[in-house]
Design a protein around this ligand. Structure first.
Ligand code: COA
Length: 388
């Protein structure tokens, strides 16, 4: 297996982007990544793109070919493949791109993620997202993702004494970080009281515990490590990649307070990287709801099970904390255009490791981790990267 580097990143603004279409978004992200890497169209061997539900959100399928076409790569006839894994579509696309370069099949690969979610009304977006839950056991009975994560939150509160205030602290921190990210969906400071008093979505979760419905895209350029310097000096190596699955419905799990897919995917990634959780300097984790960030820091091994709420409350995951989590603002404030999220997380970690994250730069970051979840945890992809 060859070593693989990320040599370029591109990201669009995230938010409710009325003036940009699905294809505008992915071409903008792809073009930025290509310029960042210093490659040309003729260098590209393959293209992968993560997108969850473009057929329902914008009426467009056959996304691989569309993206090659709208990026001007159609005349090169390169393989262009769309990957779907609910909200983990982006992370899975990155893993497939990584495997294709590591295997020696491809050299330069573009991997993107995109979703345009705001062209449908809010309730319809909720229904489309719920298609990634178990239709027969969950969605048919009216449970949506806020509902599923609310059940997890209640159980976590019961088992470990996690409080509403601790969950709210996740949103407060991520909105604070989002203020420092020009591409974030929200630039708005909030307080714990704001979170507790915002409209109830699914008890105990309120509006400000939830990630939003967003539009956006992100892209990366991958290359074999030993060829990377031909193009750029800004090289970040992928040192670990893991992916795992779990039962689609919550009731199939032994313990709904532990996302086994996260535990297993991170175990693979840590083993390949030869590091332990304590070696990670910065992480972008899947905070689709505030409780999800608490689960993530526990299941990734940053803290013991049950201690996530306390760790957040004590500031461990703040920009200047022991392990800064979601410096980009996370899904909560940066936004969550589902197919784009896994790629955007990797783009943030690359910027952090290159020392190019501006006001949200984590000091001396050398090793970074991304954690991308599909649905309520039935899929998980973890990547670990190191600057060289
Ligand atoms: N966080 C902060 N503010 C939010 C927000 C969020 N998640 N969602 C909406 N807002 C703001 C809007 O900007 C708007 O503000 P304004 O009045 O100042 O313009 C206001 O709240 C109302 O927005 P609206 O679009 O009407 O909200 P909504 O009630 O239709 O949707 C949620 C709110 C929480 C239901 C929606 O964001 C949601 O479904 N989130 C979860 C997404 C999800 O499940 N993703 C998959 C995870 S697995």
């Amino acid at each position: 297996m060859r070593d693989v580097a990320i040599i370029g990143v591109g990201i669009t603004k995230f938010g409710e982007l009325w003036d940009k279409s699905f294809r505008n978004l992915i071409s903008e992200a792809g073009t930025k990544a290509i310029l960042d890497a210093g490659i040309e169209g003729k260098d590209i061997d393959a293209l992968y793109v993560g997108s969850m539900s473009p057929g329902r959100f914008v009426g467009q399928e056959h996304i691989g070919a569309l993206v090659a076409d709208c990026s001007g790569l159609d005349t090169l006839h390169i393989p262009a493949t769309r990957i779907e894994g609910a909200c983990a579509s982006g992370g899975m696309a990155l893993r497939q791109a990584y495997i294709s370069v590591a295997s020696g099949i491809n050299d330069i690969v573009v991997v993107g993620g995109v979703e345009k979610m705001t062209d449908v009304v809010g309730g319809e977006a909720t229904n489309i997202l719920a298609m990634a839950a178990d239709q027969e056991w969950e969605a048919f009975f009216g449970v949506t993702f806020p509902g599923l994560y609310a059940m997890i939150a209640r159980r976590h509160m019961y088992e470990y004494g996690t409080t509403r205030e601790q969950m709210a602290e996740v949103a407060v921190k991520n909105h604070e970080n989002g203020l420092l990210n020009p591409n974030a969906h929200f630039h708005r400071k909030i307080t714990v009281e704001d979170v507790l008093n915002s409209p109830k979505v699914a008890d105990p979760l309120t509006l400000l515990d939830c990630s939003p419905i967003s539009d956006g895209a992100a892209a990366l350029i991958l290359a074999p490590l030993d060829e990377a310097r031909k193009y750029t000096d800004k090289i970040v190596k992928i040192i670990g990649s893991g992916q795992a699955s779990d039962s689609l419905a919550l009731h199939g799990r032994e313990d709904i307070c532990t996302l086994r897919a996260t535990v297993e995917a991170s175990k693979q990634a840590y083993k390949q990287a030869g590091i332990e959780p304590k070696d990670v300097d910065v992480a972008e984790v899947h905070d689709c709801f505030t409780i999800a960030e608490i689960l993530a820091i526990e299941d990734l091994g940053f803290v013991k099970k049950g201690e996530g709420g306390k760790a957040v409350e004590e500031g461990m995951t703040r920009l200047d904390g022991e392990i800064p989590v979601n410096p980009s603002g996370g899904l909560k404030a940066k936004g969550h255009p589902v197919g784009a999220t896994g790629i955007a997380q990797a783009a943030e970690i690359v910027l952090q490791l290159r020392g190019e994250a501006g006001k949200r730069q984590v000091k001396d970051a050398e090793i970074g981790l991304t954690h991308n979840i599909g649905g309520s945890g039935a899929s998980c992809v973890v990547h670990i990267m190191e600057v060289i």
